[in-house]
Design a protein around this ligand. Structure first.
Ligand SMILES: C[S@@+](CC[C@H](N)C(=O)[O-])C[C@H]1O[C@@H](n2cnc3c(N)ncnc32)[C@H](O)[C@@H]1O
Length: 350
């Protein structure tokens, strides 16, 4: 059985290493009775909670931005990693999973060089036991974290893990033609928040230079207005669907509106309060079904306070769909936004 904490269920929680204390605060806000267990690795710790996985995930999705990923631990395997013991633990942990649906096997080896062998052993054990292991996304996940002197195994609904990737660690191919690695931040936001990509229409990219996000938006077939006083990379600058407003967002917003956008994204390098303040006037330019993605840059010593203040400000103009510290975020969080609905009509209020 799970060990390392006392009482309740044991969860293995992942956060950015420099955010793990904020992540623990998030878990404690969701369950004041939660107790910290062993630290398993950088940004990885065990915590006990009486909340069930569905209810804990629901609470953390709403207000737990610094927890990147978690899973309930069903089996704890002591000692140096041994394939037979891990395969047996995985088979035992998988018992509650639905054999009719595929199971994503997610292995994180803290000991280099072991992941492939552990995965193969576990996939073999699951297949022999009648489950359908897969390397792709699946509605249920068998999670394994392999450490030097202990390993942890759990089974859960993918939705309850907060991220579809093991530990929330997701990387994207970075072809030589890609303008910047920042593209991964936008791609991850769409994936983690499950946002719909507009199939056509216009996107506004605020703080766009050198053009990593703009390049992604253009590749999606969108017409892009990129707002930034700095130059855009030559690989996007002459794209026929691009308009570069070579100035600040303040000067852009001061002009008469030039139409609505199905997507507004903002990765400006200014502090979170300023980003939230400058987003307000853009809310009217978002289509009714449009979405927004905004990064909030946080001072390392005031992250929680700055984030809360900025979210309160954003909520005056937008509906907040989610806020998380993603794998691609450093000292920042990413916020997903939608258009605020109209206020209820007087007849609708009872
Ligand atoms: C982190 S970079 C954006 C990277 C971009 N998302 C990409 O993928 O290449 C931040 C940008 O914000 C821009 N910026 C800072 N203040 C701004 C403002 N007031 N209006 C518009 N852009 C601003 C900077 O010039 C800088 O190019």
């Amino acid at each position: 059985m799970a060990e390392g904490t006392e009482g309740g269920l044991t969860y293995l929680v992942t956060a950015r290493p420099d955010s793990w204390e904020l992540a623990l605060e998030d878990v404690r806000a969701a369950d004041p009775g939660a107790r910290l267990g062993e630290a398993v690795g950088p940004g990885l710790f065990l915590v006990s909670s009486c909340r069930e996985p569905a209810s804990l995930a629901y609470a953390l999705r709403r207000q737990g931005p610094f927890v990147r990923h978690l899973f309930p631990v069903a089996q704890w395997v002591a000692g140096a990693p041994a394939l037979a013991a891990l395969a047996a633990a995985a088979e035992a942990a998988a018992a509650p999973l639905d054999a009719q649906k595929p199971v994503a096997v997610q292995v994180r080896a803290l000991v280099p060089g072991l992941a492939a062998d552990v995965r193969a052993a576990i996939e073999g054990a699951l297949a022999a036991g009648g489950w359908v292991p897969t390397r792709g996304d699946a509605p249920q996940v068998l999670s394994v974290v392999v450490g030097a002197s202990a390993s942890w195994v759990g089974a859960s609904a993918a939705l309850h893990n907060l991220s579809p990737a093991a530990g929330g660690i997701i990387t994207f191919a970075h072809p030589a033609t890609r303008v910047s690695r920042a593209a991964g931040k936008l791609l991850e936001a769409f994936w983690v928040f499950d946002l719909p990509w507009p199939s056509a229409g216009r996107a506004l990219d605020v703080g766009a230079a050198p053009g990593g996000w703009t390049q992604v938006l253009l590749a999606r077939g969108l017409d892009v207005v990129a707002v930034d006083p700095a130059a855009l990379d030559a690989r996007v600058a002459r794209h026929p669907k691009l308009t570069h407003w070579r100035g600040t967002v303040q000067t852009y917003t001061a002009r008469p509106p030039d139409g609505a956008f199905s997507l507004i994204v903002n990765d400006m390098r200014v502090d979170a309060a300023e980003t939230a303040r400058l987003m307000g006037p853009l809310a009217d330019r978002l289509d009714t079904a449009g979405v927004g993605v905004v990064t909030l840059k946080l001072h390392p010593a005031r992250r929680r306070r700055q984030m809360r203040a900025a979210l309160d400000h954003l909520a005056l103009a937008f509906r907040i769909l989610g806020c998380r510290q993603l794998y691609h975020n450093r000292s920042e969080v990413t916020v997903a936004l939608a258009k605020r609905g109209p206020p209820p009509s007087p007849e609708g209020v009872h």
